[in-house]
Design a binder for this molecule. Sequence first.
Ligand code: TYD
Length: 132
Amino acid sequence: MNIRMLKFIAKGDSRGSLISLESGNHVPFVIKRVYYIFGTQSGVERGFHAHRTLQQVAICVRGSCEFRLRDGREECTVQLSSPEEGLYIGEMVWREMANFSSDCLLMVLASEGYIESDYVRDFNEFMSLKQL
Ligand code: TYD
C-alpha cells in the first residue's frame, strides 16, 4: 500500500520539545497546504475519499485518532497518537478517520492546494479506477 510511517526526531531540553518539518527532508514532497482538524465529537467518522494525485502526511499533534486505509487489494488501520510520527499517504489510497479523542488535533501537510476535482468520493468509482 502506498503509505508509510515517518519518524520525527524531537529536539528536547529542559524547556520542552520541538519538532521541525522541512519539505524534501522530513516530508517527501513540497508542502503547499497545511490544515488541521480539531473539535471532532466522539463517534464521528471523517474522510471517506481518496485523492487522484495528492500526497499527504497526517500528524496527530495532540490526542489520538485512527486511519483506516484501503488500496483495493489490502486494508490496514493505523493509530496515530504521537507528535513524533507522521503517516504518509500517497495517491489513490482510500482513507477513513475514526476514534478521535476529544482533545485530538490532527494536522495534515499536503502536496497541493485544495482541488475538489482531485477527490474520489465514491468507493465504487475508487475501486474501478484501481482496476485500470
Ligand atoms: P472534508 O474533505 O469533508 O474533510 P475530511 O476529509 O476530514 O472528511 O472537508 C471539510 C470541508 O472543508 C469541506 O467543505 C471542504 C473544506 N476544505 C477546504 O476548504 N480546504 C481544505 O484544504 C480541506 C481539506 C477541506
